[in-house]
Every structure is written in C-alpha cells, then in structure tokens.
Design a protein around this ligand. Structure first.
Ligand code: 5AD
Ligand code: SF4
Length: 577
C-alpha cells in the first residue's frame, strides 16, 4: 500500500485550510480566520442495530485518539465500512461501494478499512477483491481499530484482524452519539444455528455480558441524561444461559426497570422458542418496558420451519401471540419473514401468507432467501427461482401494507374522534419530545398532525408548536413562516398571542466563528446552512470582522440548547446578545 500519512506529517499550510466543523476543534481566531485540522474519519454502517452500536464504539475510540467524524468519505483521512453479511446483496453492495471509493481516492493518502461481518466472512480475500484496501477487521476485533490504523500507517501494509473468538468484556463503552437514547448490547453472537443464518459463523457463539456490567452501563447512561435504552442481542431471551449466576433475561429487565432516570426500555431480537409467558407478564408489569415485541416468524409452513431449524411450529408461534395479546392487549408485534427458502412450494408460501393474515403484524420485514456460505441451508439446492422469490416478496409486502394501513386507520379513528381527551393524546408525543429537547422529531410530529388532522384547534396548536421547535433549532425563517401561517389561518386561536411574542423577542444568537476575511465567513455559513442551521453573517458598523451566527432566540436558555447541538458537531461556539 503506498504512501500512508500520519497526523504529524500533515503540512501546516494544508492543516490551516480546512474550516469544516468536524475538522476543527478550536475557536476560529479573528486574526487568521483559520483553525488547525485534526484527522477525520468517515464510518458507514450496513446491517443491524448491533452494527450501529459497534460503529458508535469505533467512533468513540477514534475520537479519543483525536479523530473527528466527517460525513464526506472523500474528505476523510480514514474510511471505514462496518459491514453486514446476512444476505449476499448487502455484502456485495458494501464491497462495490468501497471499490468505487478506492478507485476515486486519486493521489490522496488515506486508510480504507472493511470491518464487521463481511470482514469476518471473507477475511483476506477482501484484499484481493479490493486492491488498495488497508484493513480487514472482524466484529470481535473492533476494539483494536485504533492500533490497526496506526499499524497500517506506520508499516505501510495491509492489516488483517479477524477470528477473535470472544469479545473483551471490560472495555470503556461510554461513548454515545445520542444523549437521550442508547443501544446497549447485552450479549454477542448466537447459538441457535438457524439453517439459513451466517451469524454464528461471523459473530461467534453466544456470549452474555455480566449483569453488573450492563447495569453499571445503564446507570452511567442515566446519570448522563439518557432516557431510553434498547437492549441488543441476537436472541435476548436466552440472555444469561451461558453465565454462571442465575440471571435470565426477565431478571435483567426487572433490575433495569429500577434504574432511576431511565424512562423507556426496548429490546430486540426475541426468538419464539425462548419467548415465554413470564417474559410477557414482565413486559406488562414493568412500567418502563415498551409494549413492543419483535418476534421473527420466518415462515408459516411447518415443513419450512423445520428445514430452517427454528425449533417451533406455526401453531406454537400463534399460541404465543395469543398468550401475548391476552396479557398485553394492543401490544405492538413485528416480525421477519423469509420467502423462497429451498423447497418452499406454492402451498408453503400460502401458509406464510395466511399466517400473516391471521396474526396481523404491526410491521413485517420481508427478505428473499439468500444462501450464505457455511450454513446448513447452503447445502440445499436454492431451487426457488429469483422471479418467484420476487413475486412472493411483493405479495407479502402488499399484504403488510394493507394490514398496517388498516391498523393505522383504526388508531386514527380512535385518536381523532373529536373529544378533548383524543386531542390531548395527539399532542402527547410531540410535547414529550419537546420536553426532551428533541425538537426536530417534535417538529416532524407536528407536521404530521397538520397534514392529517382536520380540526382547526388542533392544527393551530400544531403550527404554534412547530414554530417553537424550529425556533429552538435555530431555524428562524422557517419558524417565522409557520407562526405567520398560524396568525393568518387561525386568527382567533389562543396561540396567536404567544406566537406574536415569540416572533418579537429574538435577542440571543450563537456565534460559531469570527473572521477577518469575508470569504472565510461565507464558507462557514455555507457549511452550516448545508447542515440545516439558519446561519447568517453579522458585521458591526466600523469593524472589519465578520461574525458567523446561528439562530435568533428570546432567551439565553434556548440559545444554550442550540449551542449544545453545534458543539456536539464539533463547532466552537459562543452565545451572543
Ligand atoms: N437470507 C435471507 N434472509 C435472511 N435473514 C437471515 N439470514 C438470511 C438469509 N440467508 C433474515 C431473517 C432474520 C433477519 C435479520 O434477516 O429474517 O430474522
Ligand atoms: Fe447484524 Fe447479522 Fe448483518 Fe452481522 S450479519 S450485521 S449480526 S444482521
């Protein structure tokens, strides 16, 4: 591999040129108008939530080493793809996208790495498929990534790190990209050996994290303001079976339910063979548990379920659902289905279709069977033609679309039936999001209410809340537009007075940079606008300084919350009046 550079080797002039927020860690000085450049990393994640969490861990480790994240693979010094190999298509997509980036790298010296399940599945073959690739690293080896990068740079060589059997358990896993919601891995790998599934071969055998580690991690998250956790594992119901103590998944849930500060607990994925009445009762009784179960069915045909080595029949599965619905009426149930598994006849497929009709899932993820190396099913002939797989896939998608639409309609009918109780319910979500400072999500919720709700009173409140959320996000122009809509369309609304007040007070803003050269200020303003912030340049009379500012706020507190968001994106900030 030719010419890899290290941080120190970066020429000074080049370092100073870059104003990208994620490249700059210090406040821009008015004299130079420039900031020193750090090394940057681009991470793209394919596949499941476990991979999302792993990417977060990688980013956390690299930030500790001084790297800053960039959203542009072209600009990054290190490009990492965290890959999935559950279906061939996902694997191929990652490889071909990486191939394109490698081709386009030109003379720029940087490090490219393939990490995760595909790295573990294809190992060193990836180096021959992707000339110029520097690092191949399996999921259990991700903790070594900072060292692997250093090694690739120093030794100017290809680095292979795969086949670690067990993940190291005691690692700092505190870094999170979201302050309010967090994924928490409770176990790694899987022992089920479903015949189609590559996971046990790329993620290894089941390894539960010790109860104490998980509880400490969740307590730490809560103390840092996290409110919602999602517990991750390939088969969370079998949590603890490989540990010496008597802990099981329900026991873990009971303990986590007691952690102060945490408000909502979700988990995925459950396996029907291990899901039980005990779990459903815990879901009902533990106040913080979300009433949602993701329970992959995979097929409605007993013949296919047997070939898949799933360990249950359709009647077992539907018995579980019946039991769940008795214990938690209205529980949200989602599933995964595979179509076109070897030997799936039209009659087998019809059984799946009828199963979905019978159960009425809230959501279903449909996959076309894809043979994976080493799996038992790969020994069977992949005898359902692609066209048939596609047709079956489309039929189930259509069925699910209708089922979901009917369920949503029922929900809407109930919520929008016109009484005050229903109207309050409509806003509960948006208001809860505002309380949690999740303004962009709350804004989306309000937009949905405006689009769907026919009632003037409800719409007026939604316009008001939307305007407030946009103000808090620093998007003054958009906020003004929505608040003016409210004033124009619903002049009699009780929110008009408050909207006028919100529009008239706007003395605070967040300063992101101050430059001697106007061109530099414009560049930073452009970047901020691209990121969705309403940035503008302010120049005081008689002064030759160009200040780049975002937002107009009534109070310092609101400006602070925007400042926080800009800070997490790597911008140096200052509140101005
Ligand atoms: N082919 C198609 N779908 C698969 N899944 C897992 N392995 C395969 C495969 N070889 C699906 C299953 C699983 C989801 C994560 O991916 O439905 O639940
Ligand atoms: Fe996740 Fe499985 Fe894909 Fe690995 S192969 S990323 S464990 S879905």
């Amino acid at each position: 591999m030719g010419g890899v550079r290290q941080n120190k080797a970066m020429p000074n002039s080049k370092r100073r040129e870059n104003l990208s927020p994620k490249n700059s860690a210090t406040f821009s000085s008015p004299e130079s108008g420039m900031t020193p450049k750090c090394q940057t990393v681009y991470i793209r994640t394919f596949g499941c939530q476990m991979n999302v969490r792993d990417s977060e861990i990688i980013l956390g480790m690299l930030q500790k080493e001084g790297y800053l994240e960039t959203e542009s693979p072209k600009e990054a010094d290190v490009v990492i793809f965290n890959t999935c190999s559950v279906r061939k298509h996902a694997e191929e997509r990652a490889i071909s996208n990486m191939g394109m980036l490698l081709k386009a790298r030109g003379k720029k010296e940087k490090i490219f790495g393939i990490v995760g399940c595909t790295a573990q599945a294809l190992k060193k073959d990836l180096f021959s498929r992707l000339p110029g690739l520097n690092i191949v690293c399996g999921p259990a080896n991700i903790y070594d990534i900072p060292d692997l990068i250093k090694k690739a740079i120093k030794k100017d060589t290809q680095v292979l790190a795969v086949d670690r059997v067990k993940r190291p358990l005691l690692r700092d896993c505190s870094f999170r990209t979201d302050n309010l919601k967090a994924y928490v891995s409770i176990m790694y790998g899987c022992n089920n050996f479903c015949s189609y599934c590559i996971v046990p071969y790329v993620r290894g055998r089941q390894l539960s994290r010790p109860l104490r580690h998980i509880i400490d991690e969740v307590k730490d998250l809560a103390s840092r303001g996290c409110r919602e956790i999602t517990l991750l594992g390939q088969n969370v119901n079998s949590y603890g079976q490989d540990l010496k103590g008597k802990t099981d998944f329900t026991g873990l849930l009971e303990k986590l339910n007691r952690v102060a500060g945490i408000e909502r607990i979700r988990f995925m994925t459950s396996h029907p063979k291990d899901a039980s009445k005990r779990l459903f009762s815990a879901m009902r009784d533990l106040s913080k548990l979300c009433k949602h179960l993701h329970l992959p069915l995979q097929s409605g045909s007993d013949k296919i379920l047997k070939l898949m080595n799933r360990g249950y029949s359709f009647s077992d599965y539907s018995g579980l659902i019946e039991c769940l619905r008795k214990i938690i009426p209205g529980c949200n149930i989602t599933t995964d289905i595979i179509v076109g598994f070897p030997q799936e006849s039209e009659a087998d497929f019809q059984k799946t279709y009828q199963a979905m009709q019978k159960i009425r899932f809230d959501q279903a993820f449909i996959f076309k069977y894809s043979p994976r190396p080493k799996t038992k099913a790969a020994e069977l002939e992949d005898d359902v033609p692609l066209k048939v797989k596609q047709k079956r896939n489309n039929m189930l998608l259509k069925l699910q679309k209708i089922t979901s639409a009917v369920l949503v309609m029922l929900c809407v009918l109930f919520l929008f039936s016109g009484n005050a109780f229903a109207a309050n319910k409509v806003f509960r979500n948006a208001e809860a999001l505002i309380l949690k400072d999740s303004y962009s999500q709350a804004a989306k919720e309000c937009e949905r209410i405006i689009a769907r709700n026919p009632r003037a009173k409800v719409k007026a409140k939604a316009y008001y809340l939307l305007g407030i959320c946009l103000l808090k996000e620093g998007k003054f122009d958009q906020a003004k537009k929505n608040l003016n809509q409210l004033l124009r369309r619903y002049p009699g609304s009780k929110f008009c007075q408050q909207a006028k007040a919100a529009l008239s007070r706007s003395s605070f803003s967040v300063q992101v940079g101050c430059f001697a050269k106007e061109a530099n200020a414009r560049r930073l303003r452009g970047e901020l606008i691209n990121l969705g912030f309403q940035a503008y340049i302010s120049k005081l009379r008689g002064e030759d300084l160009y200040r780049v500012r975002v937002g107009k706020f009534a109070g310092r507190q609101d400006a602070r919350s925007l400042e926080q968001r800009l800070k997490t994106r790597g911008y140096p900030t200052k509140i101005c009046q």
